[in-house]
Each structure stands twice: as structure tokens, then as C-alpha cells.
Design a protein around this ligand. Structure first.
Ligand SMILES: Nc1ncnc2c1ncn2[C@@H]1O[C@H](COP(=O)(O)OP(=O)(O)OP(=O)(O)O)[C@@H](O)[C@H]1O
Ligand SMILES: [Mg+2]
Length: 413
């Protein structure tokens, strides 16, 4: 077919979609989105393009006049890299052609103040984090759901509140709910509320977080813990923009921007059948991964200084900083509890320290030298399934040294 040759040769990405399902993708679309043409067949356009219009103001859903044109629309590619696309949509036969041109370079060049974003509470010098901070204004400007993944204590809540603060919704409410800390039986009424008389104890109407967050932002924290039954209900709210309080006879409409946070990998949970795939796609329109502290050790000195200042003002002390030994230990440590753990370490040292400088004696025992060494040895042994030769290699010491140290610390094979 002649038209086929033509669309295969142009520089613009082209999707042909019917009812949002992609029926055809040209080779140029692969370069722009990072998805191969075969694998997007049948996927829906918003799952692949992930523009900030898809959820909030999709021209196809809104019934905008065609042909429709959008300039420098923000989108995420397969690798969650930001891309700016000029987009055209036109009617073709039973479906639509979505034509998109990559304008990322041009948009970047025209932004003079690249990387100069200031966030009062988020301290960082790490390129990975700065990349996220640079995205926040754009993310905030859109109304699309955001999924924030990161280990415990990495700063997910800080990022979520920055998104709200910088968004047009900042005048509206910012409501948080932790899906892990509420018993399953109460979760539904926490989310959706109930009507007076819905059950024996329901003496008056109770608003759920969706109603409370109307015209604002709702942070669904630890979304991975949401029971499957409620995942289905949440999906409905996201699809229809309305929900049923318990005991209600008609649905309630709400306008809420969703930010979901999790310290688990939701895509892995989808694979294991513990998280609904359709809900995952609904939430994963904008994806932010907050790197653990051990992947951005350059932040440690800055954070130490920040927390020293913070606790000086809280405790009315004049601590000047930490000794070089302490900084050495803090740089070496792996922080399973991430920034929160570092904050706690500094706080407890503050309480203990008598002088102007925090010294090794002020640190929790697990951080002091020998403890640190013992932990590293145990970890190496665990990682190598207690094969001493391999463990010694991993640690960069000889087998006899390992044996001696195991004896010293009372580690039994
Ligand atoms: N980049 C940062 N700059 C300053 N403080 C930070 C930073 N990141 C995290 N913190 C602080 O560390 C603590 C933990 O952050 P936060 O509560 O946002 O983590 P979280 O990822 O939501 O953790 P969890 O998964 O355990 O809920 C908070 O006290 C927060 O202020
Ligand atoms: Mg949190």
C-alpha cells in the first residue's frame, strides 16, 4: 500500500487509534516513545504517550474540534524520560491519527534557567534528584495522576507536597491517607465516607478523604497495601470521577488530583497478581522514582549540615557540625532507612553530644567502626550464602582475615 510507505518514512511519530486502542504505529514512533511498534498494538494511546493531557484534558475525550494541535506537550517515554511533543490529532476513517513530533531539544534549549529550581525543604545536590525536582513544576501544572516510588524515608511525601504546593490546586486542600495504617474494615469509609444510618454506629454523615480533597490533591500513601476489593473501587473513582459513600443512594462527583506513593514496586506487584493492572496504568501516568540515599551519597554532607541547623534551632544548641571521623562513617553507611534514618542519627547524636562537634561517641553503636565492620561481614556472608571464600573476595580481604574477624565478632557459620 502506498500510504504505508509514506507513513513509514516520515520523521513524525504516527499512531492510528480506534477507541483509544492503537492499531498501527510507524517506525518513527518507536524512536520517540521508546516502545516497539509490535508491543504497542492494542495498548491504549494514553498508556504509551503519557502526556499531561491524557488524563485531564484529552482532546479526544473532551470532544475538541478536529484537527487538534498542541505545542510542546509534556510526556514521558518508556524510560520515564521527559519528552516535549508537538501533537496533531485528526479524524481518519473510523478512528484517529495521532501525529507527534519530538521537540524536547528545542524546549530544553529555550529554557534558560535549566536546573535552577528552588524547593525550600528538599535538600539535594544529586543529579538524579535534581532531575526530579526539575520535573516538579511541569508535573504540578498537569492534572494527571502521579506515582512516586521509593524506599522508606527517601522523601516521597516531601515530593508529593511540593507537587501540590506548586500546582494550581495549592489553594485547595491537600489530604493524605496511609493505606497501610488503616484496618481493612474501616478503609472504605475512610476513603469514601458514609451516610447517617448506613450502619448502627453511623449517627451522622462522615466525609471520606475523596470528598475532603475536593478541588485539591489526595496523597494515597503506601498504595501497594490497598486491598484488591478497594483497588476496584478506586479504579472506578478514577475512571468516572465519582464514588458512592456507604449507604448513599446517589454517587458524589469530585474533582481530585491523585498522587500515589509506595515503597514497593507496583509493577512487580502487578506481575504477582497483588495489584490490579488496570489501576496501575491509571496511576502510573507520571512516574517518579526517588533514589535511595546510598545511590546519592553526595547528598549526605548537605543533609548533615541541614539537620544540624534544624536541630540547633529546635534544641537551642550551637553545634557546629560533625567530626571528620563521623562524616567518614556517615559516608560509608548504607542507610536502609534513607534520609529519615540519617535525620534520626543526627537527632540522637544531638541529644547525646556535649560539645560543639558531634564525635564518634555520640553515634548510635551500630554505626561505630567495629559494629559497621561486623555488619558488613554478616552481609557479605549472607549474600554469598555463607561461602567464605566468596565472602572474603567480596570484602576484599583474605580468607584467614575473614576467619579471624568472624571469631572476633562471634559470627558462627
Ligand atoms: N531531600 C531531603 N531534604 C531534606 N529532608 C528530607 C529529604 N528527604 C527526606 N527528608 C526528610 O526525611 C524524612 C522522611 O521523608 P518522607 O516522610 O518524605 O519519606 P517517605 O519516602 O514518605 O518515607 P516512608 O516510605 O517511610 O513514608 C522527613 O523528615 C523528611 O523531611
Ligand atoms: Mg511517607
Amino acid at each position: 500500500m502506498e500510504w504505508r510507505k509514506l507513513v513509514d518514512s516520515v520523521e513524525e511519530g504516527i499512531f492510528y487509534v480506534e477507541n483509544f486502542a492503537i492499531k498501527y504505529a510507524n517506525p518513527a514512533s518507536e524512536k520517540i516513545t521508546g516502545f516497539r511498534a509490535e508491543e504497542v498494538q492494542g495498548k491504549r494511546c494514553f498508556e504509551v504517550l503519557r502526556t499531561d493531557l491524557c488524563q485531564s484534558a484529552c482532546p479526544l475525550r473532551m470532544g475538541a474540534g478536529l484537527p487538534w494541535k498542541g505545542k510542546a506537550v509534556f510526556s514521558l517515554d518508556r524510560f520515564n524520560e521527559e519528552k516535549f511533543l508537538d501533537i496533531k490529532i485528526d479524524k481518519i476513517g473510523k478512528g484517529w491519527a495521532i501525529i507527534f513530533e519530538d521537540k524536547t531539544r528545542e524546549v530544553r534549549l529555550s529554557k534558560e534557567v535549566r536546573g535552577k529550581f528552588q524547593f525550600r525543604d528538599i535538600i539535594t545536590a544529586s543529579p538524579k534528584m535534581l532531575e526530579i525536582l526539575r520535573l516538579i513544576p511541569r508535573v504540578a501544572a498537569s492534572d494527571s495522576p502521579v506515582l512516586i516510588e521509593g524506599e522508606s524515608g527517601t522523601g516521597k511525601e516531601l515530593v508529593a507536597s511540593a507537587i501540590h504546593e506548586m500546582s494550581p490546586r495549592s489553594k485547595g486542600p491537600y489530604v493524605k491517607i496511609n493505606c497501610a495504617s488503616i484496618p481493612e474494615a474501616l478503609m472504605e469509609s475512610e476513603l469514601f465516607g458514609y451516610k447517617k444510618g448506613a450502619f448502627t454506629d453511623a449517627r451522622r454523615d462522615k466525609k471520606g478523604v475523596f470528598a475532603l480533597a475536593h478541588r485539591g490533591t489526595l496523597l494515597l500513601d503506601e498504595i501497594g497495601e490497598l486491598p484488591l476489593m478497594l483497588q476496584a473501587k478506586l479504579l472506578r473513582v478514577l475512571q468516572e470521577g465519582e464514588f458512592m459513600p456507604l449507604g448513599a443512594t446517589s454517587p458524589v462527583k469530585v474533582d481530585v488530583r491523585i498522587v500515589a506513593a509506595t515503597n514497593k514496586s507496583l509493577s512487580a506487584m502487578v506481575q504477582e497478581g497483588k495489584f490490579r493492572e488496570d489501576l496501575f496504568y491509571r496511576l502510573n501516568v507520571i512516574y517518579l522514582r526517588i533514589p535511595p540515599l546510598r545511590e546519592r551519597k553526595e547528598d549526605i554532607p548537605l543533609l548533615v549540615e541541614h539537620f544540624v541547623d534544624l536541630f540547633n534551632s529546635i534544641y537551642g544548641k550551637q553545634v557546629e557540625g560533625v567530626s571528620d571521623d563521623v562524616m567518614g562513617l556517615l559516608m560509608e553507611y548504607d542507610y536502609p532507612g534513607n534520609v529519615r534514618e540519617l535525620r534520626n542519627i543526627i537527632e540522637s547524636a544531638f541529644v547525646l553530644s556535649a560539645g560543639k562537634l558531634i564525635t564518634v561517641e555520640d553515634l548510635p553503636t551500630y554505626l561505630r567502626g567495629e559494629e559497621m565492620e561486623r555488619r558488613k561481614i554478616e552481609e557479605a556472608l549472607r549474600k554469598t550464602k555463607w561461602k567464605r571464600e566468596k565472602a572474603a573476595k567480596l570484602l576484599g580481604i583474605s580468607r584467614t582475615t575473614l576467619w579471624r574477624k568472624m571469631k572476633k565478632y562471634g559470627i558462627k557459620a
